[in-house]
Ligand binder design. Structure first.
Ligand code: PHE
Length: 474
């Protein structure tokens, strides 16, 4: 690469961009679905514990690997391990993972874009019907929406780091958060909403089992954009004088606040729209649930704002969600793009073209997985279940590889790069970190119970998902 590495314009710019990456469909869709499915309060409790005790140290580790090496994840692991072949493999994994996550993330972003379009043209009532989602994801117009989304991502990435990501995040993130808060207030004033608040906020610890733990952990990694080289890549764009642990804390807090608020909107809405819902049935919740509840929330607003007003509000909301998804998509996609530029010395433009073409191909396969094409819809079968191409990408990269990559980064930082160099790197820009409780916690946990725990989760997921055998609980 010619010249010096692109850098974020300011510390705030970095935090906003990292938070922009972290806040996305995972918070607004994945988290509420996970909470509904996994016992509400039990899930929330496990999630909060994981974010602060496991994910935060991993995030600090990733950011410092990026800043110390000033490289993409593959280059970073290669450089800091003195070209060790095993660690290079781990580096590859953290390039392939964000790429494959981008593949299914793009498909969900396309759905959001479609919902945005349909609300703008006045079809909110149609969207609120439960069957709509199933028909929508199998309609050919999906590919037109896909072309639109790809064009937006391409334009942002072509502009480079500073102009593209920073600008968008500064305005849209706060707007999204305030809109969410307003929606929470609206939902909480509906009948029976408090049954949902109770389900969400009062943990029933007897509900905590291996699948709740696994679900909460994968969701926390995904939501904080960990285990996929993103925080390494972003760390490589940040100034030596920046306070890494401080930034990581803010990113984790912002992300969790948004996810929590989204849950506080969706769970009460479920209980309010279905007063007789039996919480045990919620274990069947899926993404399609959100795609019918959100339009229903807006349709409810008709009584106060009329159909037109409700459609305008829905359109603004989907627009903000769409931008949150785009900032995330851009950040995932930046990893393979930057890696190809760094590793092969190609220009940003060529790298974008190559990665973009591959992304489109795989995403089209995913989009065809919902019944369009039999080959992709019933792609393989494991543990007694038929899986579509989309399911496979999701199972392998979201549920299985994220904790594995987290495990690898912990081992790398503490045992290969070494604790002392890691701490030295963080102390630059954060002198008060030296000797602090956080420092002791981070270096102890990253070298001991975090990797152990991640290994356990990884082994259990592999056994359960692919072989139908539960190592720990069901
Ligand atoms: N963390 C983002 C979200 O919650 C998604 C994401 C995943 C972003 C992976 C970047 C990388 O939606």
């Amino acid at each position: 690469m010619a010249g010096s590495r692109e850098q974020f314009g300011s510390k705030l710019g970095f935090i906003l961009a990292a938070a922009g990456s972290a806040v996305g469909i995972g918070n607004l869709v994945g988290f509420p679905v996970g909470a509904a499915k996994n016992g509400g309060g039990a899930f929330l409790l496990m999630y909060a514990i994981f974010v602060f005790f496991i994910c935060l140290p991993v995030m600090i580790a990733e950011m410092s690997v990026g800043r110390a090496s000033q490289k993409d994840p593959l280059g970073a692991l290669t450089k800091l391990s003195n070209n060790n072949a095993g660690w290079r493999f781990a580096g590859w994994l953290s390039i392939v993972t964000p790429f494959m996550i981008a593949v299914f993330y793009l498909v969900i972003t396309v759905w959001i874009f479609g919902y945005l379009y349909e609300s703008v043209i006045g079809n909110l009532d149609l969207l609120a019907q439960p069957e709509t989602f199933g028909t929508f994801i199998n309609s050919p117009s999906l590919f037109i929406y896909m072309a639109g989304v790809i064009a937006v991502v391409y334009l942002i990435l072509q502009g480079g780091v500073k102009q593209g990501i920073e600008k968008a995040a500064k305005i849209l993130m706060p707007a999204l958060f305030f809109m969410l808060l307003a929606l929470v207030v609206f939902v909480l004033t509906r009948d029976n909403a408090f049954a949902g608040v109770e389900y969400y906020l009062v943990p029933d610890v007897s509900k905590i089992n291996a699948s709740v733990v696994n679900g909460a952990l994968s969701q926390a990694f995904f939501s904080l954009s960990l285990g996929m080289g993103i925080m390494i890549t972003y760390g490589s764009y940040i100034d030596r004088r920046a306070d890494l642990p401080g930034s990581a804390k803010l990113v984790a807090l912002t992300d969790t606040a948004v996810a929590f608020t989204a849950g506080l909107m969706i769970l009460p809405a479920i209980f309010s729209f279905n007063p007789n819902v039996n919480p045990d049935e919620l274990s069947e919740s899926s993404i399609s649930m959100i795609f019918s509840y959100l339009p229903q929330i807006f349709l409810e607003m008709q009584a106060s704002f009329g159909y037109f007003g409700a459609s305008v509000i829905a359109s603004i909301f989907f627009l903000l969600v769409f931008f949150a998804a785009i900032t995330s998509l851009v950040s995932i996609f930046e990893v393979p793009v930057a890696a190809l530029m760094d590793e092969k010395g190609v220009s940003r433009k060529s790298s974008l073209m190559i990665c973009g073409a591959l992304l489109v191909v795989f995403s089209v396969f995913c989009a065809l997985s919902f019944g369009f094409v039999g080959f992709f819809s019933e792609f393989v079968s494991y543990a007694g279940t038929n899986k579509s191409f989309f399911d496979v990408v999701y199972d392998v990269f979201y549920d299985t590889i994220l904790p594995l990559n987290g495990l690898l980064i912990c081992l790398f930082v503490i045992y290969r790069w070494k604790k002392s160099k890691f701490n030295e790197e963080i102390e630059q820009g954060a002198p008060s970190f030296k000797g602090s409780i956080l420092e002791r916690y981070v270096s102890f946990s990253l070298g001991t119970f975090i990797p152990l725990f991640l290994l356990l989760i990884f082994a259990n997921t592999v056994a359960l998902k692919y072989f139908g055998v539960a190592l720990i609980g069901g």
